[in-house]
Design a protein around this ligand. Structure first.
Ligand code: NAP
Ligand code: G3H
Length: 471
């Protein structure tokens, strides 16, 4: 059984208390990580604070070359890291390895982009000023708390940790419980890479037990959180003055207009809806299709869904068990509610514990929960709609505003429709997606606040520091 320790000040913490991590595919224990006490968590923040100034004083290029040793260890251990991800979140092995490789690419790009975060130099002329030069540099915020979700336990962790460290911040990282094995596995790599003491601390424990202790620590200068709306809003309401970047849930609609070449684009909808069993914030979570082509689209989707492999992550099945049985019960509740209210189950609605077959629900109407709630599972509701105006209304009548897709051959109609959709991003003729990671990534309304993406993260982990010269 795997066993990894939390890390504080480059010391592995063994307090004799452990948190067991389940393997969602076997429903057996996959391993255990340290369950930290409040006192140990507070120590993580104080060492992060104490080491911050000296880390910030290391020159940018030297910080990058120190961090590069850590990046190289990730590369050397990528197969093992992928194996751990797969064991604890039931992501298939191929996608788990892609997650690690994508992370290495983000790290490399971040190292390059950091060199292009130039200071702003201005001359003060007018508005009562003359003979002034202002130089506004980006400096570290201080101590960054990074909290990641279960579904990209490696990638969404390091998309926060690396920009924070590169820009001279120190980090306290709290992985999701399902995701803690890979999180705490990093403890050994931090030590092996010889990162300076205290700059990167890994705190493990169950969110509902240690969440408040972590998020209310007075040493925090910034929280970068990815996860559910519920916990995100809890952090928002704590009312602290800490800077926040929150990437939360979504209910991304795919608008399918009547001129679409359905054969050409159906795979985008399928991959968008069912990739990693629908457990992506950017999954297609509802299809709003023009009534005229709805029968044809549903038939094509049904055929493709029935050919998706369903099984275990080690066998690289496309559909794998969802994270736990509680989530499967919630997803099943949404399917049952739609069925009871008159929706048609086209395929799926079959379940063995937390392994759920990909389900397509047709004729979903606005009184059904699945029209509005995020299943985070392999379920796709189809709503048949007569006009673009009505599609846009339903797309926008949502608490969420992460992304949307417009599938349409006519580029003018596609663009004018996209302009009216209230989400962080609208994709034309592709599924919603965070990548490429060099693009800004953001959600509005309940989907979040602040912006991620490589450059945006580097900026959000810094603030301006002005120096004004008078002559
Ligand atoms: P979650 O339950 O909100 O957990 C997210 C993180 O918060 C975990 O590390 C969790 O730890 C921690 N946490 C739990 N309670 C806390 C508290 N009181 N204070 C501070 N932290 C606490 O979300 P999830 O189930 O892991 O992820 C799925 C959700 O994330 C979905 O809604 C999805 O849409 C969203 N998501 C959004 C994005 C995006 O970029 N917009 C990306 C990925 C996922 P424990 O696991 O120990 O509870
Ligand atoms: O789950 C949320 C992720 O940010 C989505 O990333 O679009 O690359 O799958 P992705």
């Amino acid at each position: 059984m795997r066993q990894y320790n939390a890390l504080i000040n480059n010391e592995l913490i063994d307090n004799g208390q452990w948190l067991e991590i389940m393997n969602p595919a076997t429903l057996n224990v996959a391993g255990k990580v340290t369950a930290l006490t409040a006192e140990e968590i507070n120590k993580a923040f104080s060492v992060a604070r104490n080491s911050q100034q000296s880390w910030e004083e290391v020159l940018l290029l030297d910080r990058i070359s120190i961090l590069r040793k850590f990046r190289d260890l990730i590369d050397e251990n990528k197969n093992e890291i992928a194996q751990i991800i797969s064991e604890e979140i039931a992501k298939n092995l191929k996608e788990s390895l892609s997650e690690v490789i994508r992370t290495i690419e983000i790290i490399d790009y971040t190292f390059e982009e950091a060199k292009r975060i130039e200071p702003l130099a201005l001359t003060g002329e007018g508005m009562g000023a003359k003979n002034k030069i202002g130089i506004f540099s980006r400096v570290a915020k201080g101590v960054v708390l990074a909290i990641s979700p279960f579904n990209y336990p490696f990638n969404l962790a390091f998309a926060k940790i690396i920009p924070a460290l590169v820009m001279g911040n120190t980090v306290v990282f709290k992985p999701a419980t399902a995701g803690s094995l890979v999180g705490a596995y990093m403890s050994n790599l931090v030590i092996q890479a010889g990162l300076p003491k205290g700059i990167f601390n890994i705190v493990t424990g169950r969110g509902r037990e240690i969440g408040d202790i972590i998020t209310s620590n007075p040493e925090i200068d910034m929280i970068s959180f990815t996860g559910s709306v519920g916990i995100g809003n809890q952090i928002r309401k704590m009312g602290s003055t800490t800077d926040l970047v929150l990437e939360l849930g979504g209910k991304d609609p795919a608008l399918v207009l009547d001129d679409l070449n359905l054969e050409k684009y159906a795979d985008e909808i399928i991959n968008g809806a069912y990739g990693y069993s629908g457990q992506r914030c950017t999954a297609v979570k509802r299809v709003l299709v023009n009534n005229k082509i709805a029968d044809k689209l549903v038939l094509i989707l049904k055929t493709k869904i029935n050919s998706l492999s369903v099984g275990m992550p080690k066998d690289n099945a496309f559909i794998t068990p969802v994270i736990d049985e509680k989530s499967a019960d919630f997803i099943q509740g949404l399917i049952d509610d739609a069925k009871n209210k008159g929706a048609e189950i086209i395929t799926g609605n079959k379940r063995e514990k937390n392994l759920m077959w990909p389900t397509l629900i047709d004729k979903v109407t606005i009184d059904m929960k699945v029209a509005w709630e995020e299943p985070f599972g392999p379920v796709l509701p189809v709503m048949r709609i007569d006009s673009i105006d009505e599609m846009i209304k339903i797309a926008n009548d949502s608490q969420f505003g992460l992304q949307a897709s417009v599938f349409c051959q006519d580029i003018s109609i596609a663009l004018s429709t996209a302009k009216r959709i209230k989400t962080g991003t609208v994709n034309i003729n592709s599924r919603p997606q965070r990548g490429p990671d060099s693009f800004p990534f953001l959600g509005i309304k309940d989907s979040g606040e602040g912006v991620q993406g490589i450059r945006e993260s580097l900026l959000s982990m810094t603030r301006y520091q002005g120096l004004v010269i008078n002559y």
